[in-house]
Design a protein around this ligand. Structure first.
Ligand code: SDX
Length: 442
């Protein structure tokens, strides 16, 4: 068992940052440190000194303390509760990772079987949820539907919800882990006009999702074990990622004490954007639009052109300044799935492989540390499995739910958790004097 040496809060050091502002006394700011990663300058006292810091996009800001996930962007390191992602992706399954992220340690056999049993027995949604889908146009984007129906869970689990009771919080996590695949598959079935398929408790988590997605009442559906394993690995790779935009949305919503199911809907909404979780859908569409390797230079030129908003989807990352470790596992899984399905000339993979080679030798990408990220290969795998492009981010949201709810749970347990309320730099009008306002005479 690995040693657990987490901290209850950032540790003080004997170092201070001195802020010298002309015309006033220097301001001493304590430097704090975690168990890993860069030290942080504690700026909490600055507000009382009449200053805010300015950091759009929080590029240099630690918004909270957390013990769940650690990323070292320069080393391409991603740890869930201290375990490297490549080891988890190849040696565990998604439910073991859910237990790890939420509870802080990998489960032993008895703990795992109990957890799996609890998840399996919460996979149904209230039948009234089915009529909720009818309110959506059939051609609605599945993320729009998922945003709505996931948030609607808050209407079913609100009155007796005590967010300060650890057991209520764990039951909420179990319900969400279990019901998100059901709602995701229902979003897909609704979009193609097929009947909803009930979950099956005799199947594994990934197999059950494939069953609910692709089975019909008319014939038996057999899950391909290679595809089942690949999908389970995709869930693991997407499970959590520190304070990304969608997790930060869940934390900010949760900081007001809001219903956790509604907070998860905030995460789904944020993840949908093409700069974030929507990149997997945008990336495959981009690869298909490029079509053949000979058109890659045209798109590389567009990606470099400051006057063109086009960016290479699946490339670049706010934190990783080398390969995203998930992209490496995803690339291997991509080849595994295509071999299993005997897909030898996948045009999107051909373009992706050539694009990766060209971009990684191009000065523009090298100088900006732009490498393939988690979204670069995932779309090719999902497409090969038969999952429609519009469902890619739904798969991401399904997998990330455990990360979101683990951060929401952690917030309720740490001392420095407060209502999130950032300030701003005001650049609007100075004070207007209403007396001088010339109102039109009636
Ligand atoms: C995810 O945060 C997370 O952890 C997210 C995630 C998770 O698991 O939750 O990892 C999942 O969202 C992965 C990222 C998926 N997004 C994409 O693939 C979309 C394409 N990528 C870019 O939009 C961009 O790289 C971001 C948004 C991901 C990160 O951008 P940053 O950190 O805000 O960096 P930036 O926009 O300031 O870019 C720095 C430079 C700029 O050029 P210069 O102004 O210096 O000349 O790099 C350029 C950018 O123009 N650049 C790109 C580019 N990404 C950055 N140029 C072309 N193509 C790109 N993809």
């Amino acid at each position: 068992m690995n040693a657990t040496v987490t901290q209850d809060s950032p540790q003080t050091t004997d170092k201070f940052a001195t802020l010298n502002i002309p015309g006033r006394e220097p301001i001493e700011l304590p430097i704090l440190k975690g168990t890993m990663g860069p030290d942080v300058i504690d700026i909490r006292a600055l507000g009382k000194q009449g200053y805010f810091t300015y950091d759009p996009g929080f590029v240099s800001t630690a918004s909270c303390m957390s013990r769940i996930t650690f990323i070292d962007g320069n080393k391409g390191m991603l740890l869930y509760r201290g375990y490297p992602i490549d080891q988890l992706a190849t040696k565990t399954n998604y439910l073991q990772v859910c237990y790890l992220l939420f509870k802080g340690e990998l489960p032993d056999k008895e703990q795992y079987l109990d957890f799996e049993n609890r998840v399996k027995h919460h996979s149904l949604v209230h039948t009234q949820m089915e009529s909720l889908f009818q309110a959506f146009r059939r051609d609605s984007h599945p993320m729009a539907v998922l945003c709505g129906v996931a948030g609607a869970l808050s209407a079913f689990y609100h009155d007796r919800m005590d967010i300060y009771d650890p057991e209520h919080r764990e039951l909420t996590a179990i319900r969400l882990i279990s019901k998100m695949p059901t709602l995701a598959a229902m979003s897909y079935k609704y979009s193609i006009g097929q009947p909803f398929i009930y979950p099956r408790n005799d199947l594994s988590y990934a197999a059950n999702f494939l069953h609910m997605m692709f089975a019909t009442p008319c014939e038996k559906y057999t899950v391909n074990p290679v595809i089942e394993r690949a999908l389970d690995r995709i869930f693991i790779l997407h499970a959590d990622h520190e304070q990304n935009a969608s997790t930060s949305s869940v934390r900010l919503a949760g900081s007001s004490g809001a219903n956790p199911y509604a907070c998860i809907a905030a995460g789904i909404a944020s993840l949908w954007g093409p700069a974030h979780g929507g990149a997997n859908e945008a990336c495959l569409r981009m690869l298909q639009e490029i079509g053949t390797p000979d058109r890659i230079p045209e798109y590389i030129a567009r990606a470099k052109d400051k006057n063109d908003p086009f960016r290479l989807f699946g490339f670049g990352h706010r934190v990783y300044k080398t390969f995203d470790p998930r992209a490496i596992v995803m690339r291997d899984t991509c080849h595994e799935v295509l071999n299993e399905l005997h897909i030898t000339n996948n045009p999107a993979l051909k373009v992706a492989t050539e694009l990766e080679k060209i971009a990684l030798s191009d000065e523009y990408f090298i100088s900006r540390n732009l490498y393939p990220n988690v979204d670069f290969y995932s779309g090719i795998i999902l497409n090969a499995i038969g999952i429609p492009t519009s469902m890619f981010t739904v798969i991401f949201a399904l997998a990330r739910t455990i990360g979101w709810i683990s951060h929401w749970n952690e917030m309720q347990t740490v001392k420095d958790s407060r209502l999130g309320r950032p300030r701003q730099v005001y650049t609007g009008n100075p004070v207007h004097n209403v007396k001088t306002l010339r109102l039109p005479r009636h």
